[in-house]
Design a protein around this ligand. Sequence first.
Ligand code: ANZ
Ligand code: ZN
Length: 812
Amino acid sequence: MSNYSTKIDEKWQKKWEETKLYKFDEKSLAKKLYVLEMFSYPSGAKLHAGHWFNYGPVDSWARFKKMQGYNIFQPMGFDAFGLPAENYAIKTGIHPKDSTLKNIDTMEKQLKAMGAMFDWDHEVITCMPDYYKWTQWLFLKLYEKGLAYRKKAPVNWCPSCNTVLANEQVVDGCCERCGTEVTKKDLTQWFFKITDYADELLEKLDTLDWPEKTKAMQRHWIGKSKGAEVTFKICDSDKTFDVFTTRVDTLCGVTYVVFAPESPLANELTKPEFKKAVEEYKNQSQKQSEIERQSLTREKTGVFTGSYAINPINGKKVPIWIADYVIYSYGTGAVMAVPSHDERDFAFATKYDLPIIRVVEGGEELPYTGYGKLVNSGEFNGLKGNEAKEAIVAKLSKENLGRWKVNYRLRDWLVSRQRYWGAPIPVVYCDKCGIVPVPEEQLPVELPYNVEFAPDGKSPLSKSEEFTNTTCPKCGGHAKREVDTLDTFVCSSWYYLRYADNKNSDKAFDKEIINKMLPVDKYVGGPEHACMHLLYARFMTKALRDMGYLNFDEPFLSLRHQGLILGPDGQKMSKSKGNTISPDDCIKEFGSDVFRMYLMFGFDYAEGGAWSDDGIKSIAKFVDRIDRIVSSYKEEINNSSNSRSDFGSDEKELNYTRNHSIKSITNDMDKFQFNTCIARMMEFSNALSKYLNTKNKNLSLLKDSMVDFIRLLAPFAPHFSEELWSNIGMGYSVFNQKWPEFDEAALVKDEVEIAIQVNGKIKARITIPSNLSDEEIKAASLNNETIKAAAEGKNIVKVIVIKGRLVNIVVK
Ligand code: ANZ
Ligand code: ZN
């Protein structure tokens, strides 16, 4: 068994801490490298294998960069507000603050046991008043700028979490957190105007070194759509309404128009005799999720309002319907229906017997959704595609009945929550003054401790008289505090800024510091954050930039995702399935370096995969092997009196592997291909071991190779390598060593193996000196016994030499 154990872990962790080895050097910012892993949520479940998979390999990468001379800033903290602590409190009666702080304590210990280079001096905990004071400040700044506003709107409601949700938190119609189907409620809520940044959020994606898939998801979520807005008049009324269409060329084919059930105008234009049916329909559609409503296959339903509209292009009267396949929050919440060229309209018109008029040529059957020459379109007949669109918009715009329009799928970010464990929204409501922001000097608006937080759909803070009743900062009269709290995604939308200046008590952060420390150079975390955290953080950075608080455009220049570590059964780890792997147990058994190295070797970083007990055991054996190599190395160095100084073939072989390892590992580390790095380390260790068994060694080469080996190993097995480094008599610390460089000359092998073909078929392989000329290679090939036999009695027509690879002999 090896000498490596958790004792070694502890020994070096202590020393690292005492010597402040990983302290970020604030004075040398020229080579700063901000390495960030998504901070974790302090849940009761402690650190799991997934946290380790995020933090361990990335820490190794940061160590590699440190050895390359970078000044590493790698902070850690806790995303500490949020529902799980509150739900846990409801279940157990333990106050969220108490359970959260206790969990943070445990997780800090676990994180320290990992031995990562986290700079704990920069820790950030979002549920502490010294942090959320600034989250509230941010809210006030956005409010001043008109980027935070309150409005009544149909919003997503999770009946199980008892709170509203942002659009981004609704996944396939269900609550992202608990999986319950989301319903709609009309509520007055706070929003951040992320839509003001839709274009920049979209365009700047091209400049980012992010996984393509993640960029594609954000692009889709932002959903830029270019089309036209067309104004319809309502018959017997002076009212008008707009529709958004991407197919204005089909305008003459409109046979009815449709409003979303939530549309207030739809209510107004419903004729008395249709009121009852419309009311019923609205109630029923409220129960449907947005996904259901947008589903192409679901049977379309709707009701007639009794009113008509005028198609502005041809003056035709068309009926106005209400149907839930039209989404209130998209476009204008109303559509012009063209059943001949739109699938959904076609299904609807067929069901309700509405007219279907073809206006685009092409396809045999209707609906035909492609482009083609217009028909049944009066003066526009014969025009096609964009030309037709241009002509129609031109005509409409003369009477101000149509215009080009860009639409986005992205909606403003709903940030208020009807829950307890979050940052209170810093505004008060005064009978006289209305909405009054809490003045900055009065921040933080502290979250009171003694609150009845069991959920009943009302904000828990509303039940605290002490909290709600206050005086108006403007007029001094009686006022009530906002009782909703901020979505925890608001807390995490700016934590990477606070890390850089976490102790600042006058400001959220100092502009000068921030501008030097950011953007984050490498950000690593789960891919599930594509359309939430990663989008929100980008928005927040841009908003702060435009308010003059920082001067960069994007928070995270380079992003990587880690895959998912599954249980040994290939299933997602979960307590109920009993397939979880406890990092604590593994570390106790194998030491943290073995655990880390297994994670790096056993999986493709971006893919993850199923846990294997044999896998981690084989890494433990690898560590033992290294330990033995270093022992016999020491013996050799101490006892050998003579050493050869030249390079024989054994030396060349070792030196080749050594340099090859350095080159490949340096390359692969930058690509986050950790598994191949460890594979190279295994090869290198085999080469060392083999060389140690040769006689008459070149000790200087042996020493250089050993030193390089331990320097290469250091990022992957930080504690173990530090121990080995000291064992072979080198000074503290291996992490102050330079990353080894390779010698290109050593990578030129003296000999190469080439294949010899006869008429294109490989007949033999020979090993020849790599510096032979074409003529010499030719001669060597023809001299080979197998080839001689194969060519016997035949005419050699041609010999083609492809240097370093093969020779083809053409015979007849
Ligand atoms: C008439 C039309 C004719 C359309 C045709 C399509 C084909 P994207 O690309 O997603 O932006 N639409 C507009 N607002 C809607 C809403 N609130 N709810 C449901 N559907 C809505 O899609 C734009 C198209 O989706 C619009 O173009 C409109 O239908 C529909 F042959 O207008 B189209
Ligand atoms: Zn007032």
